[in-house]
Design a protein around this ligand. Structure first.
Ligand code: SF4
Length: 350
């Protein structure tokens, strides 16, 4: 294996010249800010995260403020970032930090890993960046750099490959400047060792990077064995009333889009009139199908057929606060919504 000191030296020299030092969570550094940023950065790029992070910090400047929030408030600020389990865990974790840790984040990997939503790599990032203590990380970007540098074959989702990459990550992590090293490795993966066209000519690791020397960068990390995703279908009822408000219902707390607000869904479009009679005691005055859209989850495609229904009445017998509400497009409620729901609402808005 490559000499860790030599590896670290090159990473640090590169970081001093090219690493990112002006990210919002690097300013006013605190475990709370680092933790929120790390959770947002899971599966999401820095440029997408920045505006969400800034709004989040304005609304919840401390872990205590976040712990006191409702799930709806948190999901509302998360709308569009995806992977909503992260937001629900974020709230639960803030509550545990306040209730069980006196509002202070622990700094050991073991204690951090006990917290909701914090895995080993996120724990390493928090410990190294927020506390300046040595810890390895292995997020998606770092996996790519290390798998290419040492030419580790196989898909990192496989236990043996995953373990090998962790061993390398641990062996290469320095005792000195752990925060900069963590940031540098994330930056190298995000800005130089790009997924499809790595910029090896400007990479500090090119002299002993096996994939670069062999010209096999595209082979690493190995791909997940391909599976054709199944397709499911659903009909979403976009019901408007005489005041042009849209009917939304809160989804159950677990499962797809758990706790988010959505349109009612039916398996069959021809059940729409019965749904309106049962829910509002009235028939829709108009029913029109909209253009279908596809939303892809990690394990299936969901083909959504929107059906626009117009009621002549105003409120119907719907009580707000009962897991159902009439959504006013001109003064929208602060609630969390699944991405396709927010997209469909925006299309009505226009
Ligand atoms: S030399 Fe190329 S493939 Fe190797 S780590 Fe650097 S950018 Fe990635």
């Amino acid at each position: 294996m490559t000499d860790p000191k030599h590896f670290q030296q090159r990473v640090f020299t590169w970081f001093d010249d090219h690493g990112r030092k002006d990210l919002p969570w690097q300013q006013g550094l605190s475990p709370y800010r680092v933790w929120v940023s790390e959770i947002m950065l899971q599966q999401t790029q820095v440029k997408t995260v920045i505006p969400y992070f800034e709004t989040f910090m304005q609304v919840f400047p401390t872990v205590e403020a976040l712990a006191a929030a409702s799930e709806d408030q948190v999901l509302h600020l998360w709308t569009g970032l995806g992977y909503y389990a992260r937001a629900r865990n974020l709230l639960r974790c803030a509550q545990v930090i306040v209730d069980e840790h006196g509002g202070k984040f622990p700094d050991s990997i073991e204690a951090l890993e006990q917290l909701p939503g914090i895995g080993r790599s996120t724990a390493g990032a928090i410990r190294s960046i927020a506390f300046g203590k040595p810890a390895a990380i292995l997020d998606g970007n770092v996996k790519r750099v290390l798998a290419r540098h040492a030419a580790i074959p196989g898909w990192p989702g496989q236990t043996a490959v995953h373990r090998e990459l962790w061993e390398i990550a641990g062996a290469l992590s320095p005792k000195q400047r752990p925060a900069q090293y963590t940031q540098a490795m994330m930056d190298l993966g995000a800005t130089v060792c790009l997924r499809s066209k790595p910029l090896c000519e400007i990479c500090p690791l090119q002299t002993d990077c096996k994939a670069h020397l062999q010209g096999t960068q595209a082979d690493y990390p190995g791909r997940k064995p391909r599976k054709t995703l199944p397709v499911r279908t659903t009909t979403m009822l976009i019901i408007s009333n005489a005041s042009s408000e849209i009917f939304l219902a809160k989804r159950p707390p677990t499962g797809i889009w758990g706790g988010l607000w959505s349109f009612p869904e039916l398996d069959q479009a021809n059940q729409a009139t019965d749904f309106c009679l049962d829910t509002f005691g009235a028939q829709p005055a108009r029913i029109e199908p909209g253009s279908a859209l596809r939303h892809t989850f990690s394990h299936y495609h969901l083909d959504i057929q929107p059906l626009y229904l117009k009621l002549d009445q105003t409120g119907g017998n719907i009580m707000d606060g009962d897991g159902q509400l009439w959504y006013n497009l001109s003064s929208p409620e602060r609630i969390g919504m699944a991405a396709p729901v927010s997209k469909l609402l925006k299309s009505i808005d226009k």
